[in-house]
Design a protein around this ligand. Structure first.
Ligand SMILES: Cc1cc2nc3c(=O)[nH]c(=O)nc-3n(C[C@H](O)[C@H](O)[C@H](O)COP(=O)(O)O)c2cc1C
Ligand SMILES: O=C(O)C(=O)c1ccccc1
Length: 388
């Protein structure tokens, strides 16, 4: 790496100078989304890009980032930088994970193994969704022996929930991310107006179709009655009756760190801590659940001040660039998760597309850190930013 250029930047410019042409995928996040729109059918594109209701929360997520400005510091010796961090015992080359995204085969065949391989090649961790389009055992094998984090959609059938957790542990997943904000699917006009729901084509239920506890209760085998299996899945996928008291059940069924995803209120953050949880993800599900919900970054500072010393505070919803990562870390996130951008990478170029998206994020994180006068991600704090 040359001193004047950050990692990946040098490769892109040199390749161009040597006649190799421009990068095969856009580096700008909005252009990336546009490019994905062009290669995807309207149904799948709308499912990924869309948000709840009028899209107010999707916009709020971006507006929240735009309201913070980085104030660069000079003469800070940033010749050697370190973006690495260990989160709940998992070492990471940068505090960046791939958010759990279900039904990914709607954008690319073999999506989850491809994303997991791309992440693993860079040493990054993927949080695998319960609604993966490939069974967890196959994804884990594709990802090699790096860290394994599993996201749970907590089924209303406790046998299915317990079976998922037992399988995940048997497969070597060590960390559990429990998503709390999807007790039912949000109101999504994009999908409603196209009558598009991937599950109806049995996409995204691979972990269920391969689950003995799920299969045991089907009236007819899924192979004979695929729609019956989908209907059964829809009936047990989530459990809106859950309360804080149910967290004890989780502890009995999972040996290892548990992280609650979808926390926005400081009182809920406190309850998570008091219930002995190891971490939280401050998230509004990428604006896909409650239209009009608070921008996730607007919720972060108070939550981080409230519990940041006690539990790992992770963040997602709206992260699109390395500069965004700097802002979220400065406001108290220990790590961020990125969602849609890697789905667009998958749509455009499978594993290679995801690797491109992740390398862009890592490169711009490193560069923003350096140019704003910080050698290590641990130096970031709220004083690095001003509110516009
Ligand atoms: C198509 C799609 C599917 C998703 N599926 C899941 C899922 O299965 N489990 C989950 O916890 N979150 C799911 N999410 C939410 C993401 O984990 C994450 O919270 C969100 O995408 C972050 O926002 P961003 O897309 O703006 O980065 C999904 C998001 C998208 C876009
Ligand atoms: O679409 C989503 O946001 C989501 O979280 C989900 C829910 C169920 C299955 C797959 C994805």
């Amino acid at each position: 790496m040359s001193a004047a250029l950050s990692r990946f930047q040098d490769e892109i410019y040199l390749n161009g100078a040597l006649g190799g042409g421009v990068p095969p995928y856009p580096t700008d996040p909005s252009t990336l989304e546009e490019a994905a729109r062009r290669v995807l059918e309207p149904g799948p594109f709308g499912y990924v890009a869309g948000g709840a209701g009028t899209g107010a929360t999707v916009r709020a997520n971006r507006e929240a980032f735009d309201r913070w400005a980085i104030v660069p510091r000079m003469l800070a010796d940033v010749s050697v930088r370190d973006t690495s961090r260990t989160i709940l015992g998992t070492p990471m080359p940068a505090p960046l994970l791939l958010a759990p995204i279900g039904v990914l085969s709607i954008v690319h065949e073999g999506a989850e193994p491809a994303a997991a391989r791309a992440a693993a090649a860079l040493g990054l961790t993927t949080v695998l969704s319960t609604a993966s389009s490939t069974p967890m055992e196959e994804v884990a094998e594709a990802a090699g022996d790096g860290p394994r984090w599993f996201q749970l959609y907590w089924s209303r059938d406790p046998d299915v929930a317990a079976s998922m957790l037992a399988r995940a542990q048997a497969t070597g997943f060590t960390h559990l991310v429990v998503t709390l904000d999807t007790g039912m699917l949000g109101w999504r006009p994009n999908d409603l107006d196209q009558a598009y729901l991937p599950f109806l084509q049995s996409v995204g239920i691979a972990n269920y179709l391969s689950d003995p506890a799920f299969r045991a209760k089907l009236a007819k085998p899924a192979e004979e009655d695929p729609f019956g299996a989908v209907a059964h899945w829809a009936g047990l996928f989530s459990n809106p009756a859950l309360t804080w008291d149910d967290l004890a059940w989780l502890r009995e069924h999972w040996d290892g760190p548990v992280v609650l995803k979808g926390i926005l209120h400081p009182d809920d953050a406190r309850r998570a801590r008091d219930a002995g949880m190891d971490g939280i993800v401050v998230s509004n599900h990428g604006g896909r659940q409650v239209d009009g919900a608070i921008g996730a970054l607007d919720a972060l500072p108070t939550v981080a001040e409230t519990v940041g010393h006690d539990v790992a505070v992770l963040f997602d919803s709206g992260v699109r660039s390395g500069a965004d990562i700097v802002k979220a870390l400065a406001l108290g996130a220990q790590a961020v998760l990125v969602g849609r951008p890697y789905a667009y990478g998958l749509a455009l170029g499978g594993e290679e597309g995801v690797r491109h998206v992740l390398r862009c994020l890592l490169a711009e994180l490193d560069l923003t850190l350096a140019l704003s006068g910080h050698a290590h991600v641990d130096e970031l704090n709220p004083r690095v930013l001003v509110r516009r």
